[in-house]
Design a binder for this molecule. Sequence first.
Ligand code: FHN
Length: 416
Amino acid sequence: MKDCKQQWWKEAKFGMFIHWGLYSVLAGEWNGVKTPGIGEWIMNHLKIPVEEYRKIAAQFNPTEFDARKWVAVASDAGMKYLTITAKHHDGFAMYHSHCSKYNIVDATPFGRDPMVELAQACREAGIKLCFYYSQAQDWDEPNGLGYGRPDSEKNYDQYLEDKCLPQIRELLTQYGEIGMMWFDTPMSVTYQQSKRVFDTVKEIQPNCIVSGRIGNGIGEYMSTGDNFIPAMPYYGDWEVPATLNDTWGFKKDDDNWKSPAVLIDLLTRINSRGGNYLLNVGPDARGIIPQPSIDILAQIGKYVRGNAESIYATLATPMYPYDIRWCNLTRKPYRLYAHILDGRTRVMLPCVKTPVKRAYLLSTGEELQFEHRPTTNSSCARLSVQLPPRDPAAPNCVVALELEQRDVEFDSLDML
Ligand code: FHN
């Protein structure tokens, strides 16, 4: 069981992922060829030669970038931290690096360091800034993994010395306090090499969390597969990185947006099983977050902010014995929160064994009529709660149940 030690992250439950880089300029297409894969992998999938890919930097001028606007989108959505690609697999630094000229300040007409502006905006809004850094794959470097000649012919230790560790040091000294270093795809990196990366972070900022994907089991929390949610409650610290459509980096043709209703279900399901949800946006080459992402996040934000108590700082709820797809259950000491995902006006929840003192609509405090038949020798408990009618377009609501005991207990189906 992983323990990241940082209370802010355990309580945050919802964060924003941002994939932004040279690939955002291509938007899924190079020389008239569309990539079938995710946007930020276009260099690799279309086998774009390093020298050709490097030329994109000259076109990257995101003059519409406004750090405060991005942070406001995250904050309005109820997100508590923001993790942005400081360097993705393509090797391009999205900040002012002094150990590689291949960076947004020195190699583009833009010439600004967006991380300085984001760090300032995050501080103002009380959002934790975290950096994504691809520690193993670097398709621009002869000794970076994942592209060009076979990895077996590369000297990864040399890459660590020349670029990876110096850049990590820069990221942890140039922008103030950093919440987390989000490493990814450790590939064939050895335990010793992962440990050097880990130690470098901790020497500079001991409170900075090191993500699960540093490799070799030394990350401080468990990172699930992209868009994958554990099937049952999972104890310890963990996070689901996930997309709003089917790409991380901007792709102009990807309109497969998940609806706010689906996303509220995903967020509260992840929270109910004990995890954090890191939901991605992919800004375009102008520095603009796609409007559908902004609109969807605003909808989610209404729910999250209106029901904050049932989301932030919640704990994994023990396994509920029935498969109820219309409801996710989050909890805190002396409280169980039923996130109702459809328009029903009566909630029937068998097997809630813990005595219930009170039921109310969390967003308004309105008292709700309820009946709770206790568990007997031959039947499960039966809880039914009456709900007020709601707007069919936004039926989600949270029923808060005040419990007589600290921890909720469910009946086992074995007794039936
Ligand atoms: O290869 C990356 C991918 O581009 C993206 O950054 C995701 C986000 O979790 N991580 C890797 C694949 O798992």
